[in-house]
Design a protein around this ligand. Structure first.
Ligand code: ATP
Length: 439
């Protein structure tokens, strides 16, 4: 039986991943497959932090179990197959009870939703929720039509995310091990945090752990929640072992660790080559730079992209840090593919492929052909030699050094979105793109 929950936390506390872990452990049932953390449209206004919904399949397991975590010294196992399913109503009762105990229900913006279903839902709903905006009524209709059941707490907006989590096809997967301490852990000094993040970065296939240039240990949450730290990667076993080593090495107080499969770093939110741009959607768009880059107070940079017949405003905001240096080196005529969310009539660039750079020339006074002397401009294309007085109306044009070359450019780790796949995570597609820009 799939059970999904969303919208149980607030900026003041809790984390829906912890709520799901409580459901798993208190149910006394077996986990079938991995529990999953499914990120949805990053532009949704109601999100608390990373717009994540949670799902687990519970019942009586079949096959060889494998360790996917531990809680207070006991292993948590997952089974590859299901012998019998759990009772959906009982699971929803348990989820409601846990939400009543630990969710941030006093906060206006916390509106939990629980969804249960014996089978996975049609993936169409996931694709809509990861790329567009969905209403509560739409989610209700979809769950009913798919034969699932739901329970709403307060306005129950969380059923949108929960239904989307049950619809996630899991075709493109990464992993995250989340390590908890409830209600919250000790505060960890920045030196210890950086040390642990360096160690996490050494785990095979892990990504987005540390930002050296901004002195930021990304594995630790910014706010206080039951999550002490989380490490993301492509190899589940390497992540589990690596987290245990970090906990030991840095004596981090953790009482629960769980491995989740996720859609993080998959670019699932990106719509390629759109016909129209709509606010709150994320796109990849290939076009030609059509304006000079300008900066405004606060360190935000803007330019324009010619895409078909339209001009699209591009932005690299202050939080993208050193990425703005690359962005500000763009010039008219550069061919680029930009990725980002369209908001307030502007595409907020979160990574960029520079395909070709245009040749820029600077105008300079010519060298005197008579005496090799230096000429200077008297204005209006009138150049005079300082030594022999020779006059010429012809300037020379020199190829300018460009501060940018064709290549793949990510924003730094501190500015990365959960769903955004960094180019730095090299895979088959990235290698193709690298070949394309260096051709
Ligand atoms: P955290 O990541 O800390 O768990 P969160 O950022 O996931 O928190 P929530 O508190 O879950 O934020 O709030 C997000 C809300 O937006 C949920 O109610 C969810 O159902 C809803 N939601 C998610 N995707 C969409 C969408 N595409 N359209 C409309 N609502 C959505």
């Amino acid at each position: 039986m799939y059970i999904a929950v969303d919208d149980t936390d607030s900026r003041k506390g809790m984390c829906t991943t912890y709520v799901l872990s409580e459901i798993i452990l208190r149910s006394g049932l077996d986990l079938i497959g991995y529990p999953s953390l499914v990120r949805l449209n990053p532009a949704i206004e109601h999100k608390t932090r990373g717009n994540g919904a949670l799902i687990a399949n519970l019942g009586k397991g079949k096959g060889e179990p494998r360790k996917i975590g531990s809680s207070h010294g006991s292993w948590i196992f997952s089974y590859p197959g299901e012998e019998t399913s759990a009772n959906g109503r009982e699971l929803m009762d348990l989820a409601s009870e846990i939400i009543g105990e630990i969710a941030e229900l006093q906060e206006e913006e916390t509106n939990p939703g629980i969804v249960a279903s014996e089978k996975k839902f049609d993936p169409s709903f996931y694709w809509k929720a990861v790329r567009e905006e969905v209403t509560i009524a739409e989610a209700e209709r979809f769950i009913n039509q798919q034969g699932g059941s739901f329970r709403k707490v307060k306005n129950g907006r969380g059923i949108i995310g929960s239904a989307a989590a049950i619809s996630w096809p899991g075709s493109n997967v990464t992993y995250e091990v989340l390590n908890y301490r409830f209600p919250s852990g000790e505060s960890i000094g920045s030196e210890r945090k950086m040390g642990a993040a360096v160690m996490a970065d050494g785990i095979e296939g892990s990504f987005n752990n540390i930002d050296h240039s901004n002195n930021y240990a990304a594995i630790f949450p910014k706010e206080r929640t039951p999550v002490v730290f989380g490490v993301r990667g492509t190899d589940p076993d390497a992540l589990l072992n690596g987290c245990n080593r970090i906990i030991e090495e840095y004596s981090i107080g953790v009482d629960r660790s769980i491995l989740f499969s996720t859609n993080q770093a998959t670019d699932d939110h990106i719509i390629k080559d759109p016909v129209n741009l709509l606010p709150g959607h994320s796109y990849s768009i290939e076009g030609t730079i059509a304006g000079n880059v300008c900066a405004i107070k606060g360190g935000h940079y803007f330019t324009y992209l010619q895409y078909g017949n339209s001009g699209i405003k591009l932005a690299a905001f202050e939080p993208t840090k050193e990425f703005r240096k690359v962005f500000s080196s763009l010039a008219i005529g550069d061919r680029v593919c930009v990725y980002g969310t369209y908001k307030d009539n502007c595409l907020n660039v979160e990574k960029m492929r520079v395909i070709t750079v245009s040749s820029l020339y600077s105008k300079a006074p010519p060298v005197c052909p008579k005496c090799d002397g230096v000429t200077h401009s008297k204005g209006h294309n009138d150049y005079r030699c300082n030594q022999c007085g020779y006059r010429s109306s012809m300037a020379v044009y020199r190829l300018k050094e460009r501060g940018i070359s064709p290549g793949l450019y990510d924003v730094p780790v501190i500015a990365r979105r959960h769903l955004s796949r960094p180019f730095a995570m090299r895979n088959h597609e990235t290698k193709e793109l690298e070949r394309e820009v260096s051709a």
